[in-house]
Write a protein that binds this ligand. Structure first.
Ligand code: PMP
Length: 398
């Protein structure tokens, strides 16, 4: 039969066989994979969660198994609101927070509530692939703005904002961006605030990696200066565990908050309350900062090892941007080889990498590669980078 579906589509090239094969390759157990973006399971607090779960069932079993409110568990929202003090924002309240099914749902909700077909939306180029997919579902005109090693290109942003004052929002990942691993400096942060202040363009700050900084200085959240002109997205996926599927939107514009809540209730009524209660119990009974410190130490060692291996094994002409946190490194290949060439050659040697191309809205980064270091053992990093170096050298005829 013919199923008469909506005309809404994901960006067609994202549905191509190539992207599917990258994802399949990344999941294959026989491969060394630097292609995915998984946190290291060693960091998951399994025992503490077991205790928290038993306590929730013993003390709040009925609440955990019953329907609950759309906005999310008040105790969890209060914990998140207080956390914003570490990001320089002191006036967030529990009432400003909506708990979502991961921050991915927050992106889909914002797409749904903010975008009508043809609306202008500004993004970093490149940017998080699945955010692009979420926004494309609503048929916007996406306007990409280049990202540099110190953050978004402010000159280009300023021109773009002047030419498009009717843009609905700008989507940014100011810390350890996915895919590039780049962060905004304080200067770029301040300039972005200056450019956006006084406009009607909402800034959507997606910040899943901010707490994973193992070197350098953190910038405050954009919500500090932009107030209700900024929606701040966060998640427990990278600091506790992604399987719990708990993220949030901090939204201080009352009209937008009402719209988001109304959409959330039609999407899923509320985020899994069992999961919310277990997480709240975990946060109450454990020192999450000490837990995050341990995860950062783990990732610092892995990032340093991968950077050392890149210097040791990758041939001359391949460059990379050193990182100070997060989960990814970003490499640029010489003009004579593309990342798809390298993807194929590396796969033949049993190593999966993630070409940068699909993360670009325009000006495809055909020579760029994203490498994930968080989810490999040290032995695998060493072995995989050596093989990747060999694949590169063969392509370059060295
Ligand atoms: N935003 C960015 C930039 C991400 O990299 C990810 C996960 N890879 C997400 C949002 C979604 O994360 P989650 O839904 O697990 O919170």
């Amino acid at each position: 039969m013919n199923v008469h579906m909506s005309e809404k589509i994901m960006r067609p090239d994202f549905q191509g066989e190539f992207t599917a094969s990258i994802l399949a390759a990344a999941a294959s157990p026989d491969l060394i994979s630097f292609a995915g973006g998984l946190p290291n399971p060693v960091s998951f607090p399994v025992e503490a969660m077991e205790k928290a779960t038993a306590k929730v069932l013993a003390e709040n079993g009925v609440q955990a198994l019953q329907y609950s409110g759309t906005q999310g568990l008040p105790a969890l929202r209060a914990w998140i609101a207080k956390r914003y003090e570490t990001m320089g924002v002191y006036d967030v309240t529990a009432d400003d927070i909506i708990i979502t099914n991961g921050s991915q749902q927050a992106l889909a909700m914002l797409g749904m509530c903010m975008i009508d077909p043809g609306d202008k939306v500004l993004v970093e180029n490149p940017t998080y692939l699945v955010a692009l997919q979420s926004f494309h579902m609503f048929d916007p005109k996406i306007i990409p703005v280049q990202i540099n090693p110190d953050g978004i290109d402010c000159e280009k942003l300023s021109e773009t904002v002047k030419a498009n004052p009717d843009a609905k929002f700008i989507y940014v990942i100011p810390n350890f961006q996915n895919p590039t691993g780049l962060s905004y400096t304080k200067e770029v942060h301040d300039k972005v605030v200056e450019i956006l202040k006084g406009t009607d363009i909402l800034l959507i700050e997606d910040n899943p990696y901010r707490e994973l900084r193992f070197a350098g200085e953190a910038t405050d959240s954009f919500g500090k200066e932009l107030g209700e002109q900024c929606c701040m997205l966060g998640t427990f996926s990278k600091i506790v565990a992604p399987g719990m599927r708990i993220g949030w939107i901090c939204v201080r514009n009352k009209e937008l908050k009402a719209k988001l809540l109304s959409y959330k209730s039609t999407a899923d009524l509320h985020t899994n309350i069992f999961s919310q209660l277990v997480l709240a119990q975990y946060l109450q009974d454990n020192d999450v900062d000490a837990h995050i410190e341990k995860t950062k130490e783990l990732y610092r060692a892995k990032a340093n090892l991968m950077m050392d291996c890149m210097r040791k094994y990758l041939p001359e002409g391949v460059t990379f941007t050193p990182t100070e946190g997060g989960m990814f490194l970003w490499a640029t290949l010489p003009d004579s080889i593309t990342s798809v060439d390298l993807y194929r050659a590396a796969l033949a040697k049993g190593v999966a990498i993630c070409p940068g191309d699909p993360f670009y809205e325009i000006d495809r980064g055909v020579h760029t590669v994203r490498l994930n270091y968080s989810n490999s053992t040290d032995e695998i990093i060493e072995k995989g980078m050596k093989l990747l170096g060999e694949a590169c050298a063969e392509l370059l005829g060295k």
